[in-house]
Design a protein around this ligand. Structure first.
Ligand code: ADP
Length: 303
């Protein structure tokens, strides 16, 4: 049976933050797509118009490093979002013990991540829930950001459809401190965590809760001082922590190049106002010094 007279539903691909994802064929174009069914529940007002307006904006975000939102429509009490189908994701690449990631491969993955981020940030759209399984990889090796802007439309990931314990591993310190106003810097922190994870081949800061997450961050970078981050004491959940010194970053990433460590430290700057932007990160020496980023179609992928 066809959905909205257009999509032939195939197997279930999985269950995510907002609902079930199905593989389907677009009978209009023959393209393989992924349809995300989002429960909009029994809202008295019917379909949430704010959500639909925001989704229209996402449809206009077209870029090689952003997953294309092909169509969006309400159907039987669910909002259906139709995306291009993607073969795999960065989490599968990082976890695959048969895959060797060279410094050039890591550079390529980070470069594509930053390129996608820049396009969104230029349009004032934040991701807020960046993690390796939201970075989808197509058959040509292109990495594309998925789930952009959904956190703002459908609520933050804390109110998840499926509970995910590791939700806080990529969360920026300002969010952990309860900042109500935050910006693109939260996505840069998360991209830094993904960069670190590509280097280590395991999640870098694996907190078991928001509080524990801050502890993991302090253990890696030292407790933030007011000279590093002057607005810190004004944040809603600010509490004084016992001073912890920062170990040398080199000790956490023994194999990394100097350029790698320099870019990492700038992405992990505590004060979001001083943190490097996605654009500045892309212009960092790391990307122009040898080895140059691997061509996407040459990147290793799971068998
Ligand atoms: P999460 O909210 O945990 O990030 P998602 O809702 O994005 O998860 O996705 C749920 C499942 O559907 C995952 O297993 C993911 O691999 C798969 N999936 C999501 N989007 C696509 C897509 N565009 N192409 C192929 N598979 C997808």
């Amino acid at each position: 049976k066809k959905v909205a007279d257009r999509y032939l539903k195939r197997e279930k691909l999985g269950e995510g933050t907002y609902g079930v994802v199905y593989k389907a064929i677009d009978t209009k174009t023959g393209q393989v797509v992924a349809i995300k069914k989002i429960r909009i529940g029994k809202q008295k007002e019917g379909v949430n118009f704010t959500a639909l307006r925001e989704i229209k904006l996402l449809k206009e975000l077209k870029d090689p490093n952003i997953i294309e939102l092909i169509d969006a429509f309400p159907h039987k009490g669910n909002l259906h979002l139709v995306f291009e189908f993607m073969e795999t994701d960065l989490e599968a690449v990082i976890r695959d013990p048969n895959i060797f990631l060279s410094p050039a491969d890591i550079k390529s993955y980070l470069q594509m991540t930053l390129k996608g981020l820049i396009v969104c940030h230029n349009k004032w759209v934040l991701h807020r829930d960046m993690k390796p399984n939201n970075l989808l990889i197509g058959s040509n090796g292109q990495l594309k950001l998925a789930d952009f802007g959904l956190a703002r439309i459908f609520g933050s990931p804390e109110r998840r459809f499926t509970p995910q314990v590791f939700a806080s591993w990529y969360r920026a310190p300002e969010l952990l401190y309860g900042a109500k106003q935050y910006g693109p810097a939260v996505d840069v922190w998360a991209a830094g965590c993904i960069f670190a994870e590509l280097l280590l081949r395991r999640p870098f800061l694996q907190g078991s809760s928001d509080i524990d997450q801050l502890g993991k961050i302090f253990a890696a970078f030292g407790t933030p001082t007011s000279s590093q981050w002057s607005d810190l004491v004004c944040l809603p959940d600010y509490v004084e922590y016992q001073y912890v010194p920062a170990p040398p970053l080199r000790s956490l990433f023994p194999m990394a190049s100097d350029d790698t460590l320099d870019l990492l430290s700038k992405m992990f700057t505590y004060d979001p106002k001083s943190r490097i932007s996605a654009q500045q990160a892309l212009e960092h020496r790391y990307f122009t010094s040898a080895p140059l980023p691997t061509n996407p179609d040459k990147l290793p992928r799971p068998a």
